[in-house]
Design a protein around this ligand. Sequence first.
Ligand code: NIG
Ligand code: FE
Length: 410
Amino acid sequence: MGKILIKNIKGLVQYGEDLPKFRRGTEMNTLPILENAFLALQDGMIVAYGSMDDWGGITDWRDLEVIDAEGKYVLPAFCDSHTHTVFAKSREEEFVDRINGLSYEEIALKGGGILNSARKLAEMSEDELFEQAMNRIELLKTYGTGALEIKSGYGLSVEAELKMLRVVKRLKAESGIAIKATFLGAHAFPIEYKENHRGYIDLIINEMIPKIAEEGLADYIDAFCERNYFSVDEMAEILEAGAKIGLRPKVHVNQFSALGGIKKAVVMNALSVDHLEELIDEDIDALKDSDTMATILPSCSHFLSIPFGDAKRLMENNIPVALASDFNPGSTPSGNLQFVWSLACVKMKMTPEEALNALTINAAYAMDLTATHGTISVGKQTPILITKEMPNLAYIPYAFGDQHIERIIA
Ligand code: NIG
Ligand code: FE
């Protein structure tokens, strides 16, 4: 990659040294922007930045690529801390069913939903899954995504869960961006275990988890804690088995109902609790003084026409909030975080600054990438976004649906 100098930057966004590991509550409205700035990178690492007025950082101009960012913003790439980017097929038929009046839960109860994706994935080869996921990641990069968490959970058998995680392992090596793998065997009960939850949980704990440990296939463990899916106790048992092999929880909770999963996950040292469309006082109390990141997925709410997570209430209670896409074929067939930014502002009344903190520094924390991602700091090997020319940064969430990113340097 060599040396790159970006000069005349209209605003260098989310920069600084000795920054906190995340911003919580009202601090989320703070977003450092340095006007008329430069940024120097060497082999992808940030080596200097500052104001164009007190210029002087670069002494060796040989082999230097100079980019003029007049009128443009430079920011750290978005981190997407919750996705299901590996899947076999899209599910437009369920989309049409929902238009015609069925709910997500009704579709799932008649064999659609996650089980539909699992049937399709069982038939697809590891190579084909890999190719498809790689194509999706290439597209996500153009939208500004510079780090990605990817879950299993469309396997639901030992063989297919391992197949998904092996695909993620290959993506880690070949995608050119940071990727974290989450084991989500507890995404749904397969049909043959519908009346035998014990049997499937034993399969997860006694068969899947040991093999995942053996091959080093996961960084985190997840469970879909929801009525008709996994109860709080079932989730806790699975998270505990994951903790024994060093997997920290990042869980699906409170999408359709508040069952107490947030409190349990916080006690079990969850790195993040994700969805949170439904929130009760007990959930807020549990999150208040914890280091667990509350992660909201507004494009899922948009697509399923369910309530949006109450980010304002979380922030008012001094809780840190992250935003992620939830990219998956059932509830969120888009991984575009520029759209997520806009939805967060329009539908959840987050300010553009709060939402960008949620997509960068806080999202990096939610996938243990604070040391490398989420802010522009000297020494970080972080992917960088250069926007198109625009009047101000709020233009990105304002002019929704457009492509505002001109270039990602990853
Ligand atoms: O995060 N809610 C659980 N899992 C996914 C949806 C999975 C699917 O429908 O395929 C989600 O929304
Ligand atoms: Fe999800």
